[in-house]
Every structure is written in C-alpha cells, then in structure tokens.
Design a protein around this ligand. Structure first.
Ligand code: DNO
Length: 387
C-alpha cells in the first residue's frame, strides 16, 4: 500500500519536511479554509499540490470533500450544492488529485466521549463510553424519546454515572463530543461556538421524519449526480464508514455493516463509487468482521484507514494496537490484492509530549509515527514472505 499521512495544511504543526523524513509517500489533506459547500478553486488546489510535490510527495487523497447537510436531508439548495460539489471534483480532476473521501453521516461526523483515556503505560487513547454518550443524549441534549431508545444496561450505567456528574464533567463531555472531535473535520461545529448544544438540537430537527431508506435514497441521488464527473476525470469516490457504526441520536446511519456496504455499492454500480476501508470504524461494531470484509470489499476499496478497535462488554470501545492480529490480517489482504491503494494510520495514542502540542484529536505526531512504523514493518514482512 502507499504510505500516506493526514496533514491539515500549511498551518499544521507537523510539517511536510517532517513527514518526508518518516517515510511518508503520499499526503491526505483538504482545503480546510474553504467553507463547507463552497467550490474548491483550481488555483488553490494546485497551490497545495505543488507545495506537497516540492517536498517529494504527492497529494494522494482528499479527506474530506464534505457533503453538505442539505444534500443529506434534502434542503432547498440541495441541487445547487451538488453542482458546487461537481465543480470541486472537476477541479480536483484537472489538477490530477483523484481519490476523494467523504462521509454521509447526518449532523455528527465521528464520535468519542474521552480523548485522553489513560493507558497503564502512561500514554492515552481515544475512548467511547456508551453510558457517557447516553448521558449526553438523555441528560444534556434532553432529546425527546432518547431514554426509551437506549438499552436497559446502558441506562442503568448512565444513572450511576449521574450520581458523580458535575457541571465541569458535563462541559467536558460537550467539548469532547461536539467541539474537539468535530472542530477540524469541516463539519457543523467549530471551536468558539457559543451554544453548541442548542446548535446540535437545531441540526437534529432538520432530519425529523428522515428514516434509513430516505437517507439511502439521498445518498444514491448524490452519487448518481457526481458519477459522470468522476468518470470524466477518473476520480474514485470512497465513503467513510459511520463511526461508530450504529444509529446515534435517533438519526439514521447507512454505512454501518455488511448489508449497508453491499447496498450502496450495488445501488450505484460504478467502479468509481467505492469505500474507504476504515478498519477502525467498522470494528467499533461487534457485528462487523473486518478480516472478512477486507477480502470481500478490497476490489471496491480506494483508500484504507489502518487502525482497529476493541469492543468491551457493555458496548464501550477503545482503539487497539496497530499490531492487533486482526489489523495484520487486513493489511495482508490489501498488501496482497491492492498493493497500490493509499493507506494512512489513524487514531494513535498521545505519547512523549504529544498531549502538550494541541494536535487534532486522534492525530498525534509520535503516536502516529510509531503506528506508521508498525504498519510499515507488517507490510515489509508480507512483501518479503511473498518473494
Ligand atoms: C476521524 C476521521 C473522520 C473522517 C471523515 C471522512 O478521525 O476518520 O472524520 O475523516 O468521516 O469524511
């Protein structure tokens, strides 16, 4: 696989020069300064591309060209926003940037409750605590009907949690779920939002009455609209699985399991309609067997996220080591059948001073560098075995 790295643009503290030194071949990035829904100008795409190439690497993947909320719930400006999306895609195609990652998750991109969950060795990781997530839903957001949608065990844990909750802990939960995880993904929230909980409520309202089938239809409509541009320029679209792979806040989610993946691939049976194989997001659902999925979906995968989760009894999950045997098997499959597919490591621990640097959640330097070293070692071993 091609060794890539998510770089957050010229303001990223981790520079292109540093990445070149640690064996990165390709860059994964976006035009982070352009508001969601606006056209990505060709000149700006080319400027970033040249910057990357001057450092001896290439712009391998766009992550993400965000799909505006209105395209997902069908707002009045849906078609205008799809037209903008097509122009951005065409500009990327003209510049020769041909793999585009996006997601189709309503309101919230990925979700975690704890961004610095301590490990026994002094490092820390991202963590998803189901009871804390339910607490946010039921007690902070106060979503009507929320309590009835959670299982009895989670509600019991949530009630126990409530006994030790403080306003500070509540504020931290809001910051983790709404601001810190969403602030850098060009989505709905940013640092400094005055009332993120209220904003969250109004976004949820947009989806009233939208069920799974409707969201699927909206995704199909979007993909059918952009496929002609993808065919003209040879662009591969690759949807990121829902993280975690389950419905949240009563919102439908449609890239969560085997049946979902089959559905969207078959609904628009074009080779340019593909998957970002995020082993981490998929493995956060105990129902998903990522080793099996890798074999099944390798041919429609255009981008790989190398990380893996362990689901605990009760449904909490944490990021596991990049040396987890399941991840080794996933890497073996892609290294064997898709040796050129771009791959980036993801969600590595905070270690050796990473916590002082203010990196985006999940995107430490030392942790990711160690993870890339591990994955590179696995890849080299697999190559050697095949000789
Ligand atoms: C989180 C990321 C996601 C991903 C988007 C793709 O760490 O994996 O935010 O970039 O969902 O659109």
């Amino acid at each position: 696989m091609e060794k890539t790295w998510r770089w957050f643009g010229p303001n990223d503290k981790i520079t292109l020069g540093m990445l070149r030194q640690i064996g990165v071949e390709g860059i994964v990035t976006a035009l982070h300064g352009i508001p969601n829904g606006d056209i990505w100008p060709l000149e700006e795409i080319e400027r970033i591309k040249h910057m990357i190439e001057e450092h001896g690497m290439r712009w391998s993947v766009v992550e993400s060209l965000p799909v505006s909320e209105s395209i997902k719930y069908v707002g009045p400006d849906r078609d205008a926003l799809i037209e903008n999306y097509k122009v951005s895609l065409a500009n990327l195609g003209k510049a020769g940037v041909k793999t585009v990652c996006y997601n189709f998750m309503p309101v919230l991109d990925w979700a975690r409750t704890d961004l610095e969950y301590p490990n026994p060795d002094g490092t820390s990781n991202l963590y998803f605590n189901r009871a804390e997530f339910a607490y946010f839903d039921v007690r902070i957001l106060k979503r009507p009907g929320a309590a009835e949608q959670w299982d009895a065990l989670t509600i019991e844990r949530m009630n126990r949690l409530a006994e030790t909750m403080t306003p500070e802990k509540e504020a931290k939960l809001v910051e983790n779920i709404v601001i810190k995880t969403q602030g850098f993904v060009s989505g709905n929230f940013s640092e400094g939002d005055a009332n993120p909980v209220e904003k969250f409520r109004s976004l949820l309202k947009l989806y009233e009455g939208i069920d799974k089938d409707m969201l699927r239809e909206n995704m199909k409509y979007f993909l059918e609209a952009v496929m002609p541009v993808c065919n003209e320029y040879g662009i591969n679209m690759c949807v990121h699985p829902d993280d975690p792979p389950m419905p949240v806040f009563g919102l439908p989610r449609i890239v969560t399991c085997d049946e979902d993946i089959e559905w969207f691939l078959n609904a628009v049976p074009d080779e340019h309609n593909g998957l970002t194989f995020c082993a981490g997001s998929l493995s956060a659902g105990a129902h998903n067997d990522v080793v099996k999925f890798a074999k099944k979906y390798a041919s429609r995968t255009h981008f790989v996220h190398a990380r893996i989760c362990t689901v605990m009894p009760g449904g909490d999950f944490r990021e596991s080591s990049h040396l987890d045997p399941r991840l080794i098997d996933v890497i073996r499959t892609f290294e064997t059948v898709r040796p050129d597919v771009p791959m980036r490591v993801d969600h590595a621990p905070l270690m050796l001073g990473d916590d002082k640097m203010g990196y985006n959640a999940g995107y430490s330097f030392h942790g990711r560098m160690l993870a890339l070293g591990m994955v590179s070692g696995i890849m080299a071993t697999i190559k050697q075995e095949k000789r």
